[in-house]
Design a protein around this ligand. Structure first.
Ligand SMILES: CC(C)(COP(=O)(O)OP(=O)(O)OC[C@H]1O[C@@H](n2cnc3c(N)ncnc32)[C@H](O)[C@@H]1OP(=O)(O)O)[C@@H](O)C(=O)NCCC(=O)NCCS
Length: 260
């Protein structure tokens, strides 16, 4: 029987979640995002008699964000992931989008090899840190009212790396979502709420020096407790200095492909 790719629907949920439970050593997150992805659309499913793989695509102005690629362990190395990704790319090309991105754990060699086989290249490498919300009054920051977009071209929204456009920047300023250190060399944080997990802050951090980044990290820690967040997730290209409850977790390659 030929492999068919179609949009997933809610009746696929249980069969899909069966093979998306123990994907990684810590489990998987697909069950938490399933409804959200379904309502956004472009949740693709590969099936023969039953579902064998999924991936979700998020199309924005000039890029595709591909996420949640999962293939049933009993059906791997049969080009199922490749076909799902090519399906997502075909729709992106129809929309005249220029780039496609995905995020892969630097230790996930199977997935990196799959991405390479589809002509994705490592574009950037990002580090993920967690920070515990706590009272901390040793910060020295301001809410930014201007930002050079050439220096800060993208931010992380619910674990998607998206370009910052003028409209978004204006809303960030209005909602006081950009924090700058007052120390000479400005480190900058862009603060967002997770759309999938309650009380979770997701921060894109650009570090210019240890002193200035610690101003920002101290502010984030205090902001977290004041606003009743449970966890703070920090994504940064830099290596951060040692600090209180700041914990390095894992690194990811941001993989990029030109579609044209
Ligand atoms: C990574 C994953 C999605 C690949 O799915 P798949 O359907 O087996 O991949 P494909 O058959 O399309 O592989 C295409 C190519 O990728 C490479 N590749 C895929 N799996 C590989 C592996 N285990 N080891 C080495 N290379 C591999 C190969 O070049 C392969 O081509 P080949 O089989 O002709 O040599 C699957 O292993 C999986 O679900 N892993 C767990 C979830 C995960 O890591 N998702 C990605 C998160 S970003």
């Amino acid at each position: 029987m030929d492999l068919k790719i179609r949009d997933a629907n809610d009746s696929d949920r249980n069969l899909v979640l069966k093979f998306c439970k123990n994907t990684f050593s810590w489990g998987d997150y697909i069950e938490h995002v399933w409804r959200f992805w379904l309502s956004e659309g472009h949740l693709f499913l590969a099936e023969k008699q039953s579902p064998l793989g999924i991936c979700h695509a998020f199309y924005s102005k000039d890029q595709i964000w591909i996420e949640g690629i999962r293939v049933n362990p009993n059906f791997r190395r049969q080009n199922i992931a490749s076909k799902l990704i090519k399906h997502a790319e075909t729709i992106g090309k129809e929309k005249n989008l220029s780039f496609s991105y995905m995020l892969i754990d630097t230790e996930n060699f199977e997935s990196l090899s799959m991405a390479n086989s589809l002509n994705y290249q490592i574009f950037q490498t990002w580090n993920f840190y967690s920070l515990e919300p706590k009272i901390n009054l040793h910060h020295n920051v301001i809410f930014a009212k201007s930002l050079n977009r050439e220096l800060y071209p993208q931010y992380v929204k619910s674990w998607r790396w998206l370009p910052i456009d003028d409209e978004m920047l204006a809303s960030f300023f209005e909602e006081s979502r950009i924090v700058k250190s007052c120390t000479d060399e400005n480190s900058v944080a862009i603060i967002t709420d997770s759309e999938h997990f309650d009380r979770t802050l997701i921060v894109t951090l650009f570090s210019k020096s240890d002193d200035s980044v610690l101003d920002v990290v101290s502010f984030l820690q205090n902001f977290g407790i004041e606003k009743n967040y449970e966890r703070i997730q920090i994504l940064t290209k830099e290596k951060l200095p040692t600090f209180d409850s700041l914990e390095y977790k894992i690194s990811f390659h941001l993989m990029k492909k030109f579609l044209v």
